[in-house]
Design a protein around this ligand. Structure first.
Ligand SMILES: [Fe+2]
Length: 435
């Protein structure tokens, strides 16, 4: 049904799409393969990136032992900052430049995998930090060549970072999240072992699961690739190329799995089936958004996370205030999809149906309300705060949130409707409270 979107190429727009992905191994216990896979990629001296909490868990020992048993020299880096910053990236890059590994392994959530990508980038192709950072915040300079091989092993069913060429961080001087996007950053391989999620607190599964859900929804409703201006040269086609028939496949299945398993996976850590299916949904949605790109809920989330004052979510490490990424995304989502539904009501209705919404009597005119209503129901079922108000924001913050989100043009331009400053302010206003 979705393909009817792709028949008519807009004037001056792209007429083809490109499919990229990391090589993927998926299955319970597959972490033990890492040593053999690293050796097969020609690695001799590997940098193993993780964080201090994970370094005390059996998964870390398993990876370390597998690498050592394969005869590899292992140097360990665990000073990863949860929600990385430009400073923490530079520290990791210094470590990589000093230890000179010929390959990288990352074991952790998005923060660990993203830090590893950045360390690999700056140690392999040194440059001023802002050189590769997305414009207009940075120069947006293309990465000049391939990086060292990188095997990413995700331990949360969330970011999809293991299959994307994107790394996200907090630029401290601007109090804003931004990123680096290049196919060169995509890990060479992903080892996805659902056993890693067995020990995650329910709150973490909820936030990371809603990140996955939004990856799929945003990719499915993104501006179609045939409406994006054609690149100057085919090799400059962006990874955020817009919705396309390939990404649609992953979005559909990820949304269907979310509808079936998210609430179960949050409620019961012993529900191995639900947690495994969440991991598979995260993989599918990661492949989809790595080829289509997300849009406004993520663009707005960077401001929501970057401007945090005093929100301390349960289930996360104590210390600095934090709005977890998935939470920062999903609080914007109902408001955004009400707004975007006017452009492609049938896609919004399909998504609501896959998530399990009651579709009786629903017509295209109801699409935004039906999808937003289903999202709000899921948020409540898994204990997500009530909109921006629930994570500490009020009317007085709307201007700052708008200014924080507006520079995220790489994402905002991938939305199906124009995201001007006044539109963003109104969407943030509607996101203040949902129930
Ligand atoms: Fe995300």
């Amino acid at each position: 049904m979705g393909c009817c979107h792709y028949h008519h190429v807009g004037e001056g727009c792209d007429n083809a799409f490109t499919v990229d992905s990391s090589r993927i191994t998926f299955g319970r216990g597959c972490l033990a393969e890492v040593g053999d896979r690293a050796r097969a990629l020609g690695m001799k001296r590997v940098a193993l990136f993780s964080d201090e909490r994970l370094a005390r868990l059996p998964h870390f020992q398993k990876v370390h032992q597998s690498l050592s048993a394969a005869g590899l020299d292992v140097v360990v880096y665990t000073h990863v900052h949860v929600e990385p910053t430009d400073q923490s990236f530079l520290e990791a890059a210094r470590f990589a430049a000093e230890t000179r590994p010929d390959g990288y392994i990352s074991l952790g959530g998005g923060s660990v995998i993203d830090t590893c990508k950045a360390a690999n980038l700056y140690a392999t192709h040194p440059a001023d930090f802002l050189a590769y950072v997305n414009a207009p915040v940075g120069e947006g300079r293309p990465v000049p060549g391939p990086l060292k091989p990188h095997i990413a092993c995700p331990t949360t069913s969330g970011t999809g970072s293991e299959v994307t060429g994107i790394t996200i961080f907090d630029l401290l001087s601007m109090h804003a999240k931004t990123g680096i996007a290049s196919p060169a950053l995509r890990p060479t391989e992903a080892l996805i072992d659902p056993d890693c999620t067995a020990t995650l607190p329910g709150e973490v599964v909820a936030a990371s699961g809603l990140d996955v859900l939004s990856h799929a929804l945003e990719s499915y409703t993104a501006r179609p690739y045939v409406r994006r201006p054609a690149p100057q040269r085919p090799s400059l086609r962006p990874m955020s190329q817009g919705a396309n028939p390939w990404s649609d496949l992953g979005c559909r299945e990820a949304l269907r799995l979310m509808g079936l398993f998210l609430v179960r996976a949050v409620a019961d850590a012993e529900d191995h089936e639900a947690r495994e299916q969440m991991m598979w949904a995260a993989t599918l949605a990661g492949i989809a958004f790595g080829n289509a790109g997300v849009h406004a809920p993520h663009g707005m989330a960077y401001a929501v996370a970057g401007l945090v004052r005093d929100f301390h979510p349960s289930g996360y490490p104590e210390g600095e205030p934090l709005v977890p990424h998935g939470m920062a995304v999903i609080v914007n989502a109902p408001a955004v999809f009400r707004y975007t539904s006017e452009v492609s009501p049938e896609r919004h209705l399909e998504a609501a149906q896959w998530l399990g919404a009651d579709m009786r009597g629903a017509s295209p005119g109801d699409a935004g309300e039906v999808l937003a209503g289903k999202l709000i129901q899921i948020m409540r079922a898994v204990g997500i705060p009530n909109g921006l108000g629930g994570v500490g924001y009020g009317e007085a913050d709307l201007a700052a949130l708008t200014e924080g989100a507006f520079p995220q043009q790489r994402l905002l331009q991938n939305a199906p409707r124009e995201m001007t400053r006044p539109v963003l302010t109104e969407l943030f206003r509607q996101a203040l409270r949902y129930w």
